[in-house]
Write a protein that binds this ligand. Structure first.
Ligand code: HPA
Length: 258
């Protein structure tokens, strides 16, 4: 089964114009005892296929990036039978050609987060293990998203820029970065910056789930543009990207066989 993890601006598939909500389910997980230890997912039927939707910030977009219970989210998807995850992430554009409204399917990432529960292999509840993470995203799933986004853009005659590779910098947040931090990320080879890509991607790998990311640029990263970053503009941009994301996901779903 496919699992879709939605982020900023994508807390509810209702907003995608999909009509196939089947039910919500609350899942108990072994991770923590705060309100985030339980995860609510939605079962949707799209193109006559059942899929699971999980809003990583919660259905009310109430959990900030550093407080998301990433282990609970991935554990829930795995235990409900998901085998492939498409993660949708709002990001800032570091490379100046990645303007708001651009789409990127990253092939690499650098993790700058700290203090997050980031492994199932903590030696306490499981044995010691080290995953191979040289390629953090599943190539076949990346290819599916890239092809789907390209098809949607040409079908609509739209001029979305779709970039088929890039390095995602995951910062701790919740504050945005300084201009100097963004310069350093650029020097490190990062093209886009967000706060939620990790440890989601590595946890998915730890439990052998296929995982890829569709990132959409909602602002120029700090110091790349001359203006301060306004949250209202970030949300407006997320709103205006939603239809394209929904269509791209629908094409991905239509090509998957479960
Ligand atoms: N920085 C970090 N995370 C983000 C940004 C940004 O500029 N935009 C959207 N998520």
């Amino acid at each position: 089964m496919l699992g879709i993890i939605g982020g900023t601006g994508l807390a509810e598939p209702n907003q995608f114009g999909w009509g196939g909500l089947e039910r919500q389910q609350r899942v108990e997980t072994p991770f923590g005892n705060d309100h985030n230890d339980k995860v609510t997912v939605e079962y949707w039927r799209v193109d006559s296929k059942e899929l699971l939707f999980l809003p990583r910030h919660g259905f009310k977009h109430s959990t900030p990036p550093h407080r998301i219970n990433y282990r609970a989210n991935i554990w829930a998807l795995k235990n409900l039978g998901v085998t492939k995850i498409i993660a949708v992430n709002a990001v800032g554009g570091i490379t100046s050609t990645l303007k708001p409204g651009s789409f990127v399917v990253p092939d690499q990432l650098i993790d700058y987060t700290s203090d997050r529960e980031m492994t199932f292999f903590d030696g306490l509840t499981s044995s010691v293990s080290h995953i191979d993470f040289s390629k953090p995203y599943t190539e076949s799933l990346r290819a599916l998203i890239i092809k789907a986004a390209g098809d949607v853009a040409s079908r609509n005659g739209s001029k979305e820029s779709i970039v088929d590779h890039g390095c995602y910098a995951c910062t701790q947040g919740p504050r945005l970065e300084t201009a100097a931090e963004i310069k350093r990320l650029a020097a490190d080879g990062c093209n886009i910056v967000g706060m939620t890509g990790m440890p989601e991607a590595s946890l998915a790998r730890e439990v052998e789930l296929e995982y890829a990311c569709l990132a959409f640029v909602v602002n120029l990263a700090a110091g790349v543009g001359s203006l301060p970053i306004k949250l209202a503009e970030v949300f407006d941009k997320a709103d205006s990207c939603r239809a394209f994301i929904a269509e791209t996901l629908e094409v991905c779903i239509s090509k998957l066989h479960f």
